[in-house]
Design a protein around this ligand. Structure first.
Ligand SMILES: [Zn+2]
Ligand SMILES: [Zn+2]
Length: 338
C-alpha cells in the first residue's frame, strides 16, 4: 500500500509510492560526462586565471599558490553595495537588492570531486564556510545565510570547476520562518528541541540511519521528500552552524565526504545539491532549532502534482535507501576513481 508520511519538523506530507517503488539501484540516472581535465584554459576558477574573478576575499595558501579561494560571485544574485532599505506601497513591499554572494573555489583541480578528496581537504572547505558564516553573522544588515553546493547540470551548476556558494540576505524566507515557528511551538509545548527528539528516536530505531560518529549522524528522513535525500545532524544540540567546534568540523568532514562517496559510488556520480540549514543570524544559541546538512541527489524531477499540492512523491522507501547506502563501500569508491 502507498503511504502518506508527515515530516515531524516541517509538517509537510510526502507520498511514499510503494506501488511504483523502485529498487535503489534502479534510480541511477545515466549521464554523459565529459572526461575530466585538471585544467581548463577558459575557466575563471582554474589557477593562473585569478584575474578573471573579482578580487579575492579569502585564500587558503599553498606556498605561492592556493588550496582554496573565496571570491565575490561575478554574477551575484544580490549586491553588496546596496543598503537594505525597505519600501511599502499598498500591497507591494520590497527591499533594495542588498546581499552577499560568495563563491568558494574548493580546489585548484578543475576535475576535483568532493566525494573523492581527502577528509582533511573537506575539513578545510568546512572551515572556510564557518569563517565566512561567522563574519557575515556579525553584519547587522544580514538576516539569513545559506551555504550550498550544486553538483551537475540537473543541480543547477553552470561552471564545472568544483565550488560552493554562500548567499546572505537581508530578509528571512517564509519557509525558514515557518520551520522556525514549528520548532518554537514544539519547544513551548514539550520543553525540548524537536530535532533532538527525532534524532534520539532515529538513533534508537536505526532503520533509517546510514552512519554515526562521535558527533554526527547521517540518516534518511522518515518522510523523505526525494529518493536518497540524506540529512546529517550534529548529535549535540546546536542551533547555528557557527557553533560547530574544531573537533566537530574534523568529524563532519569525514562523514560528509563518506556520504558523498557512497552516493558517488552507489548511484554513479549523481547530480546533487547540498545545503547547510542553520538558524537565522538573529537566533544564535536558541534551544529550539537544530542545524543540519541536507543532501539531495537529483534523480527525479518535480512536476505538476508537487507544484500544485506542495506534496512530494518519493518512489524509494527511505528505509530501503538507508539500507542500500549503509552497504556501499565508500573507500572503494575513492580507490576506483583513482
Ligand atoms: Zn577550472
Ligand atoms: Zn536540538
Amino acid at each position: 500500500m502507498p503511504e502518506l508520511r508527515q515530516n515531524f519538523m516541517t509538517k509537510e506530507w510526502v507520498v511514499i509510492a510503494t506501488e511504483r517503488a523502485k529498487r535503489p539501484d534502479q534510480m541511477v540516472v545515466k549521464r554523459e560526462r565529459k572526461p575530466p581535465v585538471s585544467f581548463s584554459p577558459n575557466c575563471p576558477f582554474c589557477p593562473g586565471n585569478e584575474k578573471m574573478t573579482p578580487p579575492e576575499i579569502l585564500r587558503v595558501p599553498n606556498g605561492e599558490t592556493w588550496k582554496a579561494r573565496v571570491v565575490p560571485n561575478k554574477f551575484a544574485a544580490l549586491s553588496r553595495d546596496a543598503k537594505p532599505d525597505r519600501t511599502f506601497h499598498r500591497s507591494r513591499r520590497s527591499v533594495n537588492g542588498f546581499g552577499v554572494h560568495d563563491v568558494i573555489i574548493e580546489t585548484p583541480d578543475h576535475a576535483g570531486v568532493m566525494a573523492l578528496m581527502p577528509d582533511s581537504y573537506v575539513a578545510e572547505i568546512l572551515r572556510i564556510y564557518k569563517t565566512r558564516y561567522e563574519e557575515l553573522s556579525l553584519d547587522p544588515r544580514i538576516a539569513h545565510i545559506t551555504i550550498f553546493k550544486n553538483h551537475g547540470a540537473d543541480a543547477g551548476t553552470s561552471l564545472e570547476h568544483p565550488h560552493s556558494q554562500l548567499i546572505a540576505t537581508p530578509v528571512i524566507s517564509h519557509q525558514v520562518r515557518e520551520r522556525f515557528q514549528h520548532a518554537l511551538r514544539h519547544y513551548d509545548d514539550f520543553g525540548e528541541c524537536m530535532y533532538c527528539q527525532m534524532i534520539e528516536e532515529e538513533v534508537d530505531e536505526k532503520t533509517r540511519v546510514i552512519m554515526m560518529s562521535e558527533h554526527f549522524v547521517a540518516m534518511e528522513l522518515y518522510a523523505s521528500p526525494a529518493p536518497f535525500s540524506t540529512h546529517i545532524y550534529p548529535r549535540r544540540h546546536m542551533a547555528s552552524f557557527g557553533d560547530v567546534s574544531a573537533a566537530e568540523i574534523i568529524d563532519l568532514s569525514h562523514m560528509l565526504r563518506t556520504v558523498l562517496a557512497k552516493l558517488y559510488h552507489g548511484l554513479q556520480n549523481p547530480d546533487f545539491n547540498f545545503t547547510i540549514r542553520s538558524a537565522p543570524a538573529e537566533s544564535v544559541g536558541v534551544k529550539y532549532f537544530h542545524w543540519y546538512v541536507s543532501i539531495i541527489p537529483r534523480l527525479t524531477r518535480v512536476a505538476g502534482f508537487e507544484l500544485g499540492s506542495g506534496m512530494f512523491i518519493n518512489t524509494v522507501l527511505p528505509e530501503a535507501a538507508a539500507e542500500f547506502l549503509r552497504h556501499v563501500e565508500a573507500e572503494e569508491a575513492v580507490a576506483a576513481a583513482k
